[in-house]
Design a protein around this ligand. Structure first.
Ligand code: PLP
Length: 470
């Protein structure tokens, strides 16, 4: 008999979970206008709002916190981080930043100008934001398979090379400062990119003399998928796969809050001394001196260790298997999810689970609110509320998919917590047909409304319609 796989860590410090009744949660969520961002964390039992910065650090990382060198310039913690980046990612120069979007701000300040075009697989929203803020365009060249939730494909984050080449020819290589590959592709559900696709994309880019930059927030999870799904690399170590992934990339940037296994931080890594020097000017005005760039010494030390732990095969296997496990449990309960399950989150299809709720009443938000009321599980709506309004017409942009995302923090929850989440969703599913109304918006901000929106329960359109008939 094969022994079961177990987490490669045990617990030393615990954090309490507070329990409240369903009635208390029902009153609380109404009090905060049905916006889960307004809930204090001690009113949440299992917090799956994001996997960003929510992971648990190891004893070695906490030890580095004590060893943090807070010198303004030339901190030893910076050199520890530099050595980890050189060792694992294979780049010579390092520009630390306070988080991923700050890396984007610095890198794009130096490389993107008005009228430019940045093709790639589906850009993350802050990436797109930083491109569009500079009056440049992000062109999504992800393979079409990525947008069919029921279709099985091992690498739904892949770039469609024909689309990419057509984009290059349409806009002209002089308007394309770089091609952007995001691993894993967060926007399409944490879906991986194959090594073959990375290599083919780099080869195509090289033919046109365009550099490739990579957004590597979840690069280690991507490497795990390459090892387990791409036959040619089954016997490779995660570290060798990581090196191969970045071999042809000119620049990588990272939100360390994901696979860096820390609560805050980010960086840019590269080999070109001229570009590094150019970035330095922006680092100094936006972030801080070159050897800390918005991070404390202790945070850099913890990241230096987190990068090493993040490429450990046993850690990665446990991490990805936990996400897959929750997917299996949800499917057993008949909950419709996006497939295949990606590296960091589950996406529940609210259109299939609540077909009676019109999109104008935000069915995925209703699912998020009901999951919170039922079991204190906090996820996040990825649907029409998030898609926001068309800036020209002011009307809602109906999202293609209405999803409830459950993102799993790293090294935080156990298998029994996952069973609890699945049971919560099963209870919501069992009474889903009784849910007649979604929400109407009471108040909303001009942009990025989902963070602060105030909602109220919509009145039943069906009942209104039938009372009109009488
Ligand atoms: C989180 C993330 C970012 C932005 O990083 P922050 O640390 O949240 O600022 C950029 N790209 C990807 C793919 C991400 O997942």
């Amino acid at each position: 008999m094969k022994l079961p796989a177990i987490p490669p860590y045990k617990t030393k410090v615990v954090e309490p979970v507070y329990f409240r009744t369903k009635e208390e949660r029902r009153a609380k969520i109404q009090e905060v206008n049905y916006n889960l961002f307004n809930i204090h964390s001690d009113w949440v039992i299992i917090d799956l709002m994001t996997d960003s910065g929510t992971g648990a650090m190891s004893e070695q990382q906490w030890a580095e916190i004590m060893l943090g060198d807070e010198s303004y310039a030339g901190s030893e913690s910076y050199f520890k981080l530099l050595r980890s980046v050189q060792d694992i990612l294979g780049f010579e120069f390092l520009a630390p930043t306070h988080q991923g979007r700050a890396a984007e701000n610095i890198l794009f300040s130096a490389t993107v100008k008005e009228g430019d075009v940045i093709p790639g697989n589906a850009h993350f929203d802050t990436t797109k934001g930083h491109i569009e803020f500079r009056k440049a365009k992000a062109i999504d060249c992800t393979i079409a398979e990525a947008f069919d939730t029921a279709l099985e494909h091992p690498f739904k984050g892949n770039i469609d090379l024909e689309k990419l080449e057509a984009t290059i020819l349409q806009y002209g290589k002089e308007h394309i400062p770089f091609i952007n590959i995001t691993v894993t592709c967060n926007t399409v559900g944490g879906q991986p990119v194959s090594l073959a696709n990375i290599q083919d994309t780099c080869a195509l880019a090289k033919r046109y003399g365009i550099p490739v930059y990579m957004d590597i927030a979840r690069y280690a999870e991507n490497a795990y998928f390459i090892k387990t799904r791409e036959a040619a690399y089954a016997d490779w170590s995660i570290r060798d796969i990581v090196k191969a992934m970045f071999k042809e990339a000119e620049v990588v940037w990272m939100s360390s809050k994901k696979d860096g296994l820390v609560n805050i931080g980010g960086f840019i890594a590269l080999n070109d001394p001229e570009l590094y020097e150019k970035l330095g000017q922006y680092t100094i005005i936006y972030e801080g001196f070159l050897t800390y760039g918005g991070m404390s010494g202790r945070a850099m030390g913890a990241l230096a260790v987190g990068l090493q732990e993040g490429v450990d095969f046993h850690y990665l296997e446990d991490r990805v298997m936990q996400v897959q496990y929750l997917g299996e449990q949800l499917k057993k309960h008949g909950i419709p999810i996006q497939e295949p399950v990606g590296g960091h989150a589950l996406y529940i299809d609210a259109k299939r689970m609540l077909p009676q709720i019109p999109q104008t009443q935000y069915p995925a938000q209703l699912l998020a609110v009901e999951a919170y009321i039922e079991g204190g599980v906090r996820g996040v709506e990825i649907g029409t509320l998030l898609a926001d309004r068309d800036p020209e017409t002011g009307k809602d942009r109906m999202a293609e998919m209405e999803l409830l995302r459950l993102a799993i923090p790293r090294r935080v929850y156990s298998r029994s917590h996952m069973d609890y989440v699945a049971a919560t969703m099963a209870k919501v599913a069992a009474r889903s047909h009784e849910l007649e109304n979604g929400f109407n918006i009471k108040r909303q901000a001009k942009i990025l409304r989902h963070f602060t929106v105030e909602l109220e329960r919509a009145k039943s359109t069906q009942k209104e319609a039938s009372s009109l008939l009488v």
